[in-house]
Design a protein around this ligand. Structure first.
Ligand code: UTP
Length: 292
């Protein structure tokens, strides 16, 4: 398999689980203390050696674009105030990678968002980072998946073990040949199975995949699925059935920034480690806990 040099970050969804804030602030730019979650995603892709990143946006998502562009007014003020650290930080964020933007004109599903990336991707394997899933890991999760894809020459889906009662929210993987304690061949999957009998396993796709370009032809003939949306999992199911995909249990902490609880978990855990406010926040939290 060719080296993976491109990533697609779908971020055009309406974020109904984060209403009302998502009507005006894209959930993919919500802060984790002082940095938008999208910065974590771009850094993760860069950490996998990826330099070309396409973010799929939509109406009211301009804040994402603006963040990766220089803010001239800040540049002047920071220079005047001799805030060199902040200035260097801004310049670093703006030069992390070649970040491209494309608007999905209607939020017709994650599969449709990925299909919008066809021309950008061309005939190469590519990583997909779900725009509202932030991963904190020693080795960037995208790098873990790219290494596996390049080793086995197949598409890879990042999976986690979830409690059986939660599998109905996710896509459950059929487990075939086991290559090692984290890596399995998958030849089928089922999206949001509602009963234990329908579930293949409690390994669920969460947040990251590496796909081969044949996904685009599959997406073009995939019928809209649940909610009338073009579901990426429906296309990945066909890829699994025809070519096989690898399920890889990645190492890392996942925060679902598309949910209120996930947003808070990301903020609290990051605040506790934050160099500027970590100690003060911990003291505050310990005091607060005594009152709960
Ligand atoms: P989600 O299903 O979590 O996003 O998609 P959503 O539809 O915005 O969520 P809710 O259920 O209404 O709260 C995962 C990622 O795919 C993007 C989203 O922006 C999110 O980052 N997405 C989803 C698109 O880019 N386009 C779509 O049509 C749907």
């Amino acid at each position: 398999m060719k080296k993976i040099t491109k990533a697609v970050i779908p971020a055009a969804g309406l974020g109904t689980r984060m209403l009302p804030i998502s009507r005006t602030v894209p959930k993919e730019i919500l802060p984790i203390v002082d940095r938008p979650s999208m910065e974590y995603l771009v850094r993760e892709a860069v950490g996998a050696g990826i330099k070309d990143i396409l973010i799929i946006t939509g109406r009211n998502k301009e804040a994402i674009e603006n963040y990766f562009d220089y803010s001239i007014e800040y540049k002047d003020v920071l220079q005047a105030k001799n805030k060199q650290k902040e200035l260097a930080d801004m310049e670093e964020v703006c030069s992390l990678a070649n970040v491209y933007f494309l608007r999905q004109k209607e939020a017709k599903g994650l599969g449709h968002a990925v299909l919008c990336a066809e021309e950008f991707v061309g005939d190469e394997p590519f990583a997909v980072l779900y725009g509202d899933d932030v991963m904190v890991a020693e080795t960037p999760v995208t790098k873990q998946l790219c290494d596996v894809a390049e080793k086995y020459g197949k598409a890879v889906v990042g999976v986690c073990e979830v409690p059986f009662e939660d599998v109905k929210k996710y896509c459950s993987m059929k487990i075939g040949t086991q290559y090692d304690d984290r890596t399995y061949l998958t030849t089928d999957m089922v999206e949001k199975p509602q009963t234990r009998e329908e579930m293949f396993s409690n390994l669920a796709i969460l947040g990251r995949v590496v796909l081969t370009p044949d996904i685009f032809d599959i997406l073009k003939h995939t019928a809209p699925g649940k909610g009338g949306e073009l579901q990426l999992t429906d296309a990945m199911k066909e890829l699994a059935r025809t070519k096989g995909v690898i399920s890889y249990k990645y190492e890392g902490r996942r925060y679902d920034m598309g949910s209120k609880l996930g947003f808070l978990q990301a903020n609290i855990e990051t605040a506790l480690k934050h160099p500027e406010i970590g100690d003060a926040f911990k003291a505050y939290l310990m005091d607060l806990c005594k009152t709960l």
